[in-house]
Design a protein around this ligand. Sequence first.
Ligand SMILES: [Zn+2]
Ligand SMILES: [Zn+2]
Length: 242
Amino acid sequence: MPVRALPNPFRGLVSLFYPAYCALCSAPVERDETLCCACLETAPRIRAPFCAKCSQPFPGAISDAFTCANCEDRVLHFDAAVSAFRSRGVVRKVMHDFKYGHQLHLRHLLGHWLAETMNDPRLAGRRFDSIVPVPLHPARKRERGFNQAELLALELQPAWRIPVQNVLRRTRYTTTQTQFDRSERMENLRGAFRLRRGCNVQGLRMLLVDDVLTTGSTLSECAAVLKKAGALSVHAATAARG
Ligand SMILES: [Zn+2]
Ligand SMILES: [Zn+2]
C-alpha cells in the first residue's frame, strides 16, 4: 500500500505558522531553517571507525578481526544498518521534541539527517525498489497520532523517487524497550512483525527506515520477516544511532 506525502503547497502554508527562530537557542534563522548554524554544527556525526554491520562507533583504531560488542554472538538479519549521526545532544533533543513533543515540523531536519546515510559507501550507488518504514502497533500509532518512521521515510521519497510502502505490520503491542538489555529486546520482539496480507516482496531490494537504532533488534526482526518472504536484500537507514 503506497503512502503519499503531504502536497507541497500545504507544506509551504504550514511553514508560515512557525516562527523563524532556532528551535534550540532561539537565535533568528531563515524561514526554511529549523536550527541556527551554531546549533547544527554540534550535531554529533558518526565517524570511522565504526561497525560495518550496525554503525556502532568504536574508539581508537580497529584491526581486521574487529568484532562489534553489539553484533557479537547474534545474527542480525539486515545487510547493514546505517546512521550518519549519534542520538546525542542536539540530535537527541530534536528527536525527542519530534516524537514526544509532537513538533512534526522537525521531521524535515530529521529527514535531512536521515538522507545523509545515502552518502555512506554501504548505501551509496545502491538501487532500492522500496522504502519500508518500521511499523508501530495500531494502538501505539493511535496514541501518538503518527508513525515517526513513516513520516521520516516520506521525507526521503521526493529526492530518491523510491516508493514508501507499508508492507509490514506490528502484531504485538510491546512495552517500551528502553530499560531492556540486548537479549531482552530480542526476546521481547520475537514474532512482533508480519508481512501485510497481499503484499509481495519477492526479489525486491528494500530499505528499512526507522527514527533511531539502539541495539538493532527491531530492524533485525523486520529484516528477517522481509527476507523470509523473499526480499533480495534488506538494508536499513535511521536518522540517528543510539
Ligand atoms: Zn541555535
Ligand atoms: Zn555492530
